[in-house]
Every structure is written in C-alpha cells, then in structure tokens.
Design a protein around this ligand. Sequence first.
Ligand code: NAD
Length: 483
Amino acid sequence: MVSRVIPVDPFDLVIFGGTGDLAHRKILPGLYLRYLSGQMPEGSRIIGAARTEQDSDAFRAFVKTGIDEFVAEDKQDSEAVERFLSHIEYVRVDAKGTDGWSDLKDLMRDGVIKAFYFSVAPSLFGDLAERLHLNGIADGESRIVVEKPFGRDLASAKALNSVLAEHFDETQIYRIDHYLGKETVQNLMAVRFGNILFEPLWNAQYIDHIQITVSETVGVGGRGGYYDKSGAMRDMVQNHLMQLLCLIAMEPPAQFDPDAVRDEKLKVIRALDPVPSKDIVRGQYRADGDEPAYREDAGDPNSHTESFIAMKVQVSNWRWSGTPIYLRTGKKLRARASEIAVVFKDPPHSIFGVQEGRRGNVLVIRLQPDEGMNLRVTIKEPGPGGMRLMEVPLDMSFADAVGGAGDDVPDAYERLIMDVIRGNQTLFMRGDEVEAAWAWTDPMINRWEDNGDIPEPYDAGSSGPDGSLALLVRDGRRWREVK
Ligand code: NAD
C-alpha cells in the first residue's frame, strides 16, 4: 500500500496543560506518530505550557515517557523519538496570572501556522483566550482547540462560546469531539453519500429503527467525584452519541465542506423531539464482589447521577417520521463496544412462507473495537432440505480491502490535530451545534433533577437495567447484543 501522507505546513503548536493527563496519553504520543509518518514537517515546533516549574529538557523527558507507554512497540524508533523531541520546548505559564506570557511570546515565530490547544479545565478557557490577545501572541489566523466538556448546560455553553468569541472568530475555534475523528465515523459519510446503494433506502420507509450503543466495561473509578457532577447524559449523550446520531440521520450536504456538513447536522439536532420520561431509562451499577457500586465510586451514598442511560429518540422530519433512534451508553457493562446498527424493515412479502430467521437486513457500523462495517443478509442455507433461509454477515472488512493500511490509520486525536493545522473544521463542532444539543438535553436533565428521579440499579457486567430491555420489548424490538 502506497503511503498517502501529505505533510502539513510548518506550525507552532502550543499545548496549554502540556503536563496533564490528556497531553501525556493522547496529544503528544499522537503528534509523535504524525512526525514518524512524515506528516509533521521539520520546521514545526510543539510548545508545552503549564503551571509546573521545569525546563524544556524535563518536559522532553516527560513526553518520552508518554511515547514509551502509549505508543505501540513497533512504532518505537529511538532515533525518530530523539529527533521528534528536538522539536519540543516548554514554558511555564500561569493561565490566571502574568507569569510566563512574555516568554511564550518570545518563543513564537512569524510565518508559521499558530495553534493553541486548550487542554485545561474549561474554567481557564476565557483566561487563556484573553491573555493570548492581550500579549499579542494570537492573531486573526491563529487557531484554538478546546476540549470537552463544552459546558454542562445551555447557559454555561453559551457563556463559554461568548468568552471565546470575544477574542476569536468562529472559524478559528476547533471544539474537539474525538468520536468525529474516528475512521469509521468518516466512512459513515463516505458510505452514505459516496454510493447510490444505501441512500434511497435511508429513510423511514425502509428503516425500522436505528440503535446507537456506546458501552464501556470500566466504572467511574478514580474520577467518580468528577463524573458524579455530569452523568451519562452530559458526559456521552449530549456530545458523542449526538454527533453519531447527526451523521446517521442528516441530509446529504451540498458539498463536503465544514459549514455545509455542520449546517445539516444542526438541522437534525433542531428536529429532535423532546423525549418524554417514559422513553428514558437511567441506571446505576451495583457492587460486584469487591468492586464498589456506582454510589461508592461517586463518593455519595445518595447520588442520583446515572452511570447508564437508554432512550428512544424521534427525529421529527420527513425522512425519519415514525423511525425511532434508540440510544444507550453506560459504564460497567458486559462489553467495551461502540456501534451503530441500522435495522431495515422486513421485506414486504415473503415468497418463502413464514420461516425462523427471516428478518430485515441490518447494517452494523462498528466504531470500536475493530472499526468496520457489516451487513446482515438473508441467504439460502447451503445443502439439501429445501429452501431454508439463514442470515450471514456480508463481509465488508475495510482493513482487508485496503491491504493492511489499517496499521497506518491515524487515531482520532492524530487526525484531528492535523485537521486543525490544515484549517479544516469539518470534524469539529460549531458553537451553534453545541448549544442546540444542550437546548435539547437541558429540559430532560432538569426534569429528573426536579423530580428527584432515582436511577434503576443494574448488575456490573450486564447489558444495563431491565428497564432498558423493556424500552425496546415494548415496541416489539430488542437490543443487538454487542460483543
Ligand atoms: P489534568 O488535570 O491532568 O491537567 C491539567 C493541566 O492544566 C496541567 O498541565 C496543569 O499544569 C494545567 N493547568 C492547571 N491550571 C493552570 C493554570 N492556572 N495555568 C496554566 N496551566 C494550568 O487534566 P487532563 O486530564 O489532561 O484534562 C485536560 C482537559 O481535557 C480538561 O478540560 C478535560 O476535561 C479534557 N479531557 C480530558 C480527557 C482525558 O482523558 N484526560 C478526555 C477528554 C477531555
């Protein structure tokens, strides 16, 4: 397979929060991999900026430990690592004070792309944006990358948007949702809009329902106190699942350009019906042997925060009227898997009589593990015995089809950071999208907070609370078992 890596233009990328967990595990190892692939040009620099007092050598040593720990062994190339580290600098900067800003200004170069990654708590976004301008470090061409969570409700998201808008134009702001950087998520658009095959069937007439599942096996563990302030709705549904829902349900954009794509996604969010309480199931995991229950992890024996949520969502527009989209996500479940299952209707008439297994086609788009797609089709069971039907997956393994290119597929963070440098906002959330998503989730959250709604307990290692199964059984459907 010929490598199709196209180098980006030289850049100075400042990572505020460069000594933090996210930078250590994802951002810096990701940049190393892009360097290794030849995409990051030699004329580029990465500048760590954080509160810790240390010199650039100490920061390089820290970056190296991240590469050692989080980059696959076959990508560890000690010479390349040394060369990569020579592109790294560090400045101590206080986001809330005056320390370090003139040092950072002195380090920045003219004539290269300037990008600033805000890998810090959102409460610091405004301080950073303001100081970048006050100190003449950012200009009208600079880009800023902001991490989730982008607000915890509509009011706080609006406040964050307006604080950023004081100093940066919307075209300079990259709100990251790493789900959008996944190869399969982009493939979703390629499959839907690059083929004639699916789109004519992609509507309520042919699709019975859609399931979007993001299931995790881990609990909230060490970050229980933090998680307890958000819960599955804020932590996963408002952002990741919403983005997947948009891509699966949106109309074809006129072209694959950032605003055309994001306009269509926004229309989907605005077409979402409010979800009544009877269509929402919230859960909390029980203790499992020595493993604590959610409430112990959260450090609050009376916590009403959900570690699981399932809901039935309706997109109220011409295309989707009558075809529900079921969402579910949670912690401490049976499998670690993210997938979208598009369940087509049964053929309108069976010429084979009523047979076990005669069911509609299902297109499954797997985001993790093993990104890929698979289409369930009905065929004749081989051999004698008459016309017996069976269901088999029609193999559409991209990894096989593209001949091992899977090894070189950049992970979500790598891809998204390079998109920032290229100035391509397609895979980033626009401010109005984020606000619309909060405007939809807020009333549901307020309702259960006002009513003191108590989540239903579920066993660790299960598929969630019984109510989640009942949500589909009630409609004569069932959840696909994710593995
Ligand atoms: P962290 O607590 O590990 O690191 C925080 C960083 O911010 C440190 O480098 C610290 O020095 C710096 N910092 C704090 N106060 C500062 C100040 N006044 N001036 C300058 N620097 C200051 O946090 P993290 O886990 O790396 O998360 C960073 C951001 O990314 C957060 O917004 C978080 O919500 C988001 N995020 C993290 C993850 C993850 O897996 N860690 C995943 C998704 C989103």
